[in-house]
Design a binder for this molecule. Structure first.
Ligand code: ATP
Length: 461
């Protein structure tokens, strides 16, 4: 089972402190969200899992953390200033602003307003998605020399550091650079909770390869990502691959495969249940070329007169110099978090006929690994023992102490937030130095000696 719709996750998130609407006390800010005590833990665990898998467990990736605001030339030569736009249309009837490429067409091929159903829409015009800002205390808002952008992707920060990383790490092809960071896009139609927002976080790898090995390595990255997504606990029936058509490919891409997640299971048309979790593109040698000072056009003119570096690679094996091809797997933290929560969502009926929510997160991703609960909070010895157990566990795993309700309520609360283990201290514990460990998914209970508790939990996490 997984969540029947995104709304279920929205209300669970608000109720339990995963994600709140941002700026709520001032009426909110369209499609902005804040990550609460549990949401920040879950997002951090996703990022940790990705970094472990991508950077530590492989031996061909280096990490990087580049700036959010870059020299404007980066966005000029990458093509973002001219092409990073969505086709914007206005509905003349209901005044909605819409992205034409996301609209359906009627039988005559006319685009239909998704808000009111009218086909009375304006001609599309390109709307650049980059957030603009100005740099420096004295700059006027319209001073072009002070204009800068918030990055709409982390990738460009990697390309412009290619030579730095190559020189300092002494890498040989193929190798990659990984980065996690915020990106900003002034989306025309944000929405669907954290699926599409104007501020979000990406986990990107730019993997540099020889042109003749790009196809095989592209496929290997695709296979590897499917496995990693499954290891996050996402079931195979809720993911599928989508090969972008020639018309859909970005101008720099030779092949892009998207991995889709079933974010909209409630839609009756199966085709419409899916949307993009991530994309894996073969970006050819476009990026390193456009940021290099060297290449010239047919008339011998430098393509990039502003760059001070040549980002080509010298291959010592073949004595050849060339611009590496790039494979780019790019995945959003927020869309991953949403998919993980939707997939982990389950309901179970108790013997009394009550419906309980269980969030079956993998132990690696669970925000809290163990909750230590006193069976009687009016008995100081029990409370003291439970608090000490929590403290002893904390250096090895994220544990909490909770005595704010009856034991049934406390168990239900932990099930709903995905805590794999509850540890209960009762009257007997004072005699036998043992506690009851309750498993989230089976509700089975086991008696474990307090001296063995840490090892017992760590083994199962
Ligand atoms: P879409 O077609 O949904 O607009 P995209 O193809 O423009 O996405 P990319 O530029 O390939 O997205 O970005 C890589 C990844 O970053 C996406 O697969 C997604 O996980 C994430 N992402 C992109 N835009 C957003 C957004 N506005 N909100 C949340 N995550 C996003």
């Amino acid at each position: 089972m997984s969540a029947p719709n995104i709304e279920t996750i929205v209300s669970l998130s608000k109720r339990r402190g995963f994600v709140y609407p941002a700026s709520d006390i001032y009426g909110g800010l369209g499609s902005s969200w804040d990550y609460g005590p549990l949401g920040v833990e879950l997002a951090n665990n996703i990022k940790k899992s990705w970094w472990n898998w991508a950077v530590y467990e492989r031996d061909d990736i280096e990490g990087l953390d580049s700036s959010i605001i870059l020299n404007r030339s980066v966005w000029k030569y990458s093509g973002h200033e001219t092409t990073f736009s969505d086709p914007l249309v206005d509905c003349r009837d209901c005044k909605a602003r819409l992205r034409q490429d996301k609209l359906e067409k009627d039988a005559d091929g006319k685009f239909i307003c998704s808000n009111c159903g009218s086909t009375n829409l304006t001609e599309p015009r390109p709307f650049n998605l980059m957030f603009r800002t100005t740099i420096g205390a004295v700059s006027a808002d319209d001073d072009p020399s002070a204009l800068a952008y918030l990055r709409p992707e982390t990738a460009q920060g990697i390309f412009i550091n290619f030579k730095n990383v190559l020189d300092t790490s002494r890498r040989k092809l193929p190798f990659g650079i990984a980065q996690i960071g915020k990106a900003f896009r002034n989306e025309v139609t944000p929405g669907n909770f954290i699926f599409r927002t104007r501020e979000f976080e990406q986990m990107e790898i730019e993997y540099f390869v020889r042109p003749d090995e790009v196809q095989q390595l592209h496929q290997e990255w695709l296979d590897a990502y499917v496995e990693w997504i499954k290891a996050l606990g996402i079931s195979t029936e809720n993911i599928k691959l989508y090969e972008q058509s020639a018309q859909e490919l970005a101008h720099y891409s030779e092949r892009t495969v998207d991995i889709l997640y079933r974010y909209f299971p409630e839609r009756s048309d199966e085709e419409k249940q899916w949307d993009e979790l991530m994309g894996i593109a073969n970006r050819t040698d476009y990026d390193l070329r456009v940021h290099s000072k060297k290449p010239e056009d047919a008339d011998g003119k430098r393509i990039n007169p502003d760059s001070t570096e040549d980002l080509s690679y010298f291959d010592p094996q073949t004595n050849e110099r060339f611009y590496p091809y790039i494979i780019e797997p790019s995945i959003g933290v927020n869309r991953t978090l949403l998919a993980v929560m939707m997939d982990a969502y389950t309901e179970k009926t108790t013997e009394k006929g009550e419906t309980r929510v269980i969030l079956k997160l993998t132990p690696e991703l669970a925000p809290i690994k163990a909750a230590v609960l006193p069976l009687a909070k009016n008995k100081p010895e029990i409370v003291e023992m439970a608090k000490k157990l929590k403290k002893d566990l904390q250096p090895s795993l994220r544990a909490v102490y909770d005595d704010t309700g009856g034991i049934g309520k406390l168990y239900a609360r932990q099930d709903e937030i995905g805590t794999p283990f509850c540890v209960t201290v009762d009257h007997e514990s004072l005699e036998d130095n043992a506690v009851t460990v309750r498993h989230r998914d089976t509700w089975e209970q086991e008696r474990v000696g307090t001296d063995k508790l840490r090892e017992y939990l760590l083994e199962r996490l």
